[in-house]
Design a protein around this ligand. Structure first.
Ligand code: SAM
Length: 405
């Protein structure tokens, strides 16, 4: 592979913003990709993937390059040189690479790779937490998998098309896909591509949604005509799925504490041809109390550490703090206790997270069932998805039923 100067500069600029200005990697990459209209898909792929890879392996590369934060631009070029050397890419004779000790880099890599937290590039506290929650063997495999690039998975919008027709139409736009066993609406891209540019996307035939995430709406067992509340709806990935499972019939109430997120859902719902969603921002306890005892189904897609989706958000490794995880667990406890009151007798609810930590998942459910608010509920089933076992995002979902009086 030959390195192109303007693409490498884009990578360095992106890393500077992510590491030194605390910007989110996905936002930085999005804006980098708009920098030069002449870039083809390969150039764009190089910029995006290289930025993500260096963010992913920041700790390992920094130790090999012997540089410390905050990184100046020379430091970032040294990280880049480590990345390129380990990839077997020949370094051009640019001044940034002068004196790069190629052999030493490989030796340091072999040495440092013996220590998991450095090899997998995670903070000490995260490694300790992972081991204490999942045990050495499982954590080692999980965190290794979480460093791989995630596949692009689509969810067919069954309100508009079928999986087969979607596959054919995408093929006509040069995007080849395959079906995934046990994921009824999912298609996996055979090669990465910017699917958002396709006419198929603009017509609302699919959404991009990981295969594990697609199991959550199915888990809730919704039917046409029901009253369903999605109380942590965000921009509505799962709300849209629920709407298509309900065939646009019944009442679907999407709630979140951020109105800005619900506004995004509005745009997506229009594109998806969904018209049974009502959006309500949670600005007090009132909108929740009004729904006490009314919902046939409730989805609590709870805010969480996101430790199951590090493949998609590698910068979360550096942005997450242990104090945040502790406080989010308290929020999970509160949302379970408060929002579960919306479920009617005989109704069902799903509690889900994109975390692999038992303390955010099954332990949270156990604690809820032992609380006063949880007493009327029983656990029907739960599912723990680890990335290294499934090949998809780490997720947890529990289906609970409120006993009839
Ligand atoms: C995991 S995300 C939801 C993702 C979304 N369901 C989807 O499928 O795209 C969790 C959401 O919970 C929201 N949230 C955080 N605290 C909340 C609270 N106390 N009540 C309701 N929503 C909350 C966040 O704004 C965020 O959108």
């Amino acid at each position: 592979m030959r390195l192109h100067r303007n693409l490498c500069f884009a990578v360095i600029d992106g890393l500077y913003k992510i590491f030194n200005e605390n910007e989110y990697a996905d936002k930085v990459v999005q804006s980098l990709l708009k920098r030069d209209k002449r870039w083809g898909s390969r150039d764009r792929g190089f910029v995006a993937e290289t930025v993500y890879e260096i963010v992913r392996y920041k700790r390992l590369y920094a130790e090999i390059a012997n540089v410390k934060e905050p990184f100046d631009r020379d430091n970032l070029w040294r990280l880049f040189a480590v990345w390129a050397t380990l990839k077997g890419i020949r370094l051009p004779d640019w001044k940034y690479f002068e004196g790069t000790p190629t052999r030493k880099i490989k030796g340091r890599f072999d040495e440092l790779s013996k220590t998991r937290k450095i090899k997998e590039s995670i903070p000490d506290w995260m490694d300790e937490l992972g081991v204490s929650e999942l045990g050495e063997a499982t954590w080692s495999k999980e965190i290794e998998k979480q460093n791989e690039q995630a596949d692009v998975i689509l969810r067919t919008n069954t309100l508009k098309t079928t999986k087969k027709d979607l596959q054919q139409r995408l093929a006509s736009e040069d995007i080849e896909t395959e079906f995934l066993p046990n994921h009824p609406s999912a298609l996996r891209l055979k090669e990465r591509a910017n699917v958002f540019r396709t006419e198929t996307f603009k017509d609302g035939w699919f959404e991009v949604q990981d295969a594990s995430s697609q199991l959550v709406a199915d888990f809730l067992d919704v039917h046409s005509g029901m009253k369903v509340v999605d109380v942590c709806a965000g921009a509505g990935g799962k709300t849209l799925h629920l709407a298509s499972l309900m065939e646009n019939k019944g009442q679907l109430i999407a709630m979140d504490i951020y109105e800005s997120k619900l506004k995004k859902l509005k745009v997506r719902a229009r594109r998806n041809g969904v018209h049974n969603i009502e959006m309500k921002a949670i600005d007090s306890t009132k909108p929740i109390k009004k729904l006490h005892g009314k919902a046939d189904r409730l989805l609590i897609d709870a805010p969480c550490s996101g430790l199951g989706v590090l493949r998609r958000n590698p910068d979360a490794k550096w942005k997450l703090q242990p104090e945040f995880i502790e406080s989010i667990k308290q929020t999970q406890k509160e949302v379970l206790e408060q929002y579960s009151k919306m479920v009617k007798d005989g109704g069902k609810m799903v509690y889900a997270t994109c975390s692999v930590l038992p303390s955010e998942n099954e332990k949270q459910v156990e604690q809820f069932l032992n609380s006063e608010a949880g007493a009327p509920f029983k656990l029907i089933k739960d599912k723990k998805i680890l990335a290294h076992k499934s090949g998809f995002d780490g997720f947890y979902m529990a289906l609970l039923e409120k006993k009839s009086n």
